[in-house]
Design a protein around this ligand. Sequence first.
Ligand SMILES: [Zn+2]
Length: 256
Amino acid sequence: MLQVQTIPSRQDNYIWLITKGNQAIVVDPGEASPVVERLQQQNLNLKAIFITHHHHDHTEGVAELITRYPHCEVYGPQILIPGVSHFQVMRDQDLITFPDLDLRFTVWHTPGHTAEHIVFHGHGALFCGDTLFSGGCGRLFTGTAEQMFNSLQRLASLPEETLVYAAHEYTYNNLSYCLRVEPDNIFTINRIKEVSKLRQQGCSTLPSTIAIEKQSNVFLRTQMPAVINFVQNLSDLYLENEIQIFAILREKKNNL
Ligand SMILES: [Zn+2]
């Protein structure tokens, strides 16, 4: 199983640190200092940086990390990353392999939150940036509802036990919305209790799993009658397909 450490960052970001022996891979370093501190504390070398998308809270630490660890490789989406002059552009289905560490990750292109967004998965773990959150999904900035819907469906096709390492601690707020949409979903009722307890203890609610998300995250449940009813009550439109349901569901969350 993959060793993954949580580095809380900014107000509610998580930077994920994958470690193997004395080597580390960092995902979405929105700032450098807490990463450097962790690497130094544990005598780790930074082998690689994974970037899911260009937003500053996922990338602002990259330039400094490259300066401090000039041999580390940077893998990112097909868009300019502020302050990073060169990195390896990853496309859908690309593989990133570290033979010396016996690690291998697959990249998927998951547009929706942004038009260029990628996720990394391997060894039972998914690093999904701002595409999938626990109980929610990213806002639609430069991507479309259709893209996001398809990206989420694809992530939902991963094995149920896959650990979901999302980039933000939004779980409680997200689940409050899920409960509003599906007030009778027992799984969600129990999950929000658990999440609330974790937050009171100052603990992270991540990683989640694909199984948890499929049972509680309304953005993966647009085929469920309760979700369809909720959306139908918001809209005079004739609901033609799940993408339309998804789009209205996402839009409503923005306007709460
Ligand atoms: Zn973002």
